[in-house]
Design a protein around this ligand. Structure first.
Ligand code: AMP
Length: 398
């Protein structure tokens, strides 16, 4: 088979990484008649539970990765910390989308920011730091507050320290635990946005409606779509995301996280915070609210098929379910599901640790505000006491 032939239903897709993003991808792929192999170090991983075949090996076990590659027709990934060496060796055997180089750029904060800056995309001011002296000098330049972030393995705010005073440099540098970090100027944003863009092998690009994201403790909490920003801002955000996808020569799905500051201008000020060359938590709304989900779009892109329509059927809100929801026992699912258009997604994780993403809820509404109220009420009902539920007006606790 020529490398540019489409990979049609019935063929086998390999996915590196076995978390919830792979699981939702595998569900989309199996629904369309593909077979799915998943590789992850942990047995019974969320993707493995719904894949045809689960491979368990460390990501640096190149021999096993090569055997896995020989068993599939195309490989994609759902996890950013796959070693470049593994991905490159796999790409010698079978097509890998997005290309290994895309992952290598985006999984390393400094390389990512440098790439963005070099291509003229707006980012918060930043400095590379390799010692406590570097940190002190960088802080003097960027001012306080600033945020020190690890160059690698940072997600959901892990490996981040806010510096409000130069006296905190020593402790912040010690807590970094890595030889390299990035100091970033603090951005006083009005809200956080994200754009999920899919790009096909032909260069065809489709963007999902702009999402507005609220974080709690640095972890995504609630997404509402369409974002409550001026139309000119949404257009500028989409144009930015498309330009980044093109600059990366992406084939697949890319999430572009943005900070938006309403500075009184027509579009306001947009800065790119982070890139993820895969479906993203803030795109989960698309499963229930768009004609084509971000996962089906990933499938279509990596298989060389035409991209799908991503029209938003109704305004939507998504609320994450973290392990904290299990603190007092199993959440009361029947209460959320009593709201007819609330949808429950659980990822098959058995251990509910605080901060761990266990699932999410989506709700649709006539407006985003209504959808948001509904999804927050549905989530609150999962853990409310019986007395609070009895006292709540119809429509649930908030
Ligand atoms: P990150 O892992 O870099 O996406 O950061 C997680 C969250 O921390 C972001 O979504 C923001 O809410 C917050 N954050 C990160 N960087 C900055 C910054 N430079 N200024 C203000 N808030 C930030």
């Amino acid at each position: 088979m020529a490398r540019h032939d489409p990979i049609i239903p019935g063929k086998t897709i390999g996915i590196l990484g076995g978390g919830q993003l792979g699981r939702m991808f595998a569900i989309a792929a199996r629904r369309m008649g593909y077979r799915v192999h998943a590789l992850d170090p942990s047995p019974d991983c969320p993707t493995g539970q719904v894949a045809d075949v689960e491979w368990n090996a460390r990501y640096d076990d190149v021999e096993t990765a090569l055997k896995f590659a020989r068993a599939v027709d195309v490989v994609t990934f759902e996890f950013e910390n796959i070693p470049y060496e593994t991905l490159q060796r796999v790409a010698e055997v079978v097509p890998v989308h997005p290309a290994p180089l895309v992952l290598d750029t985006t999984r390393h904060r400094l390389r990512e920011k440098t790439f963005l800056q070099t291509h003229g995309f707006p980012v918060a001011p930043f400095r590379a730091v390799q010692s406590v002296d570097d940190l002190g000098a960088a802080l003097a330049q960027l001012g306080t507050p600033s945020i020190l972030k690890t160059a690698t393995f940072g997600y959901d705010g892990k490996g981040q320290t806010r510096l409000d005073d130069a006296a905190q440099c020593d402790a912040a540098w010690r807590s970094l635990g890595q030889p390299m970090g990035v100091l970033e100027g603090f951005v006083r944003f009005s809200c956080e946005l994200s754009v999920i863009v899919a790009r096909a092998r032909t260069g065809e690009v489709v963007t999902f409606p702009v999402a507005e994201n609220a974080h709690t403790r640095h972890i995504l909490d609630v997404t509402v779509v369409p974002a409550r920003v001026p139309a000119a801002t949404a257009t500028a955000a989409v144009e930015l995301a498309v330009a980044v996808a093109k600059a990366l020569d992406l084939v697949g799905v890319l999430a572009v996280e943005l900070f938006w500051s309403d500075d009184g201008s027509a579009t306001g000020k947009l800065l790119v915070n982070e890139l993820a060359p895969r479906p993203h938590n803030s795109g989960h709304f698309s499963i229930d609210a768009c004609i084509t989900s971000q996962f089906e779009q990933q499938l279509r892109a990596v298989c060389g098929l035409p991209l799908g329509d991503v029209e938003l059927v109704r305004p939507v809100a998504m609320a994450n379910l973290l392990g904290d929801e299990w603190a007092a026992g199993e959440p009361r699912w029947e209460r959320a599901l009593a709201i007819p258009d609330v949808k429950l997604h659980l990822y098959g994780k058995t251990e509910a640790r605080p901060g761990r993403k266990m699932g999410h809820l989506t709700a649709m509404g006539a407006t985003v505000d209504e959808a948001e109220r509904k999804v927050r009420a549905a989530r609150a009902a999962l853990t409310a006491s019986d007395a609070r539920m009895d006292a709540a007006p119809k429509g649930g606790v908030t």
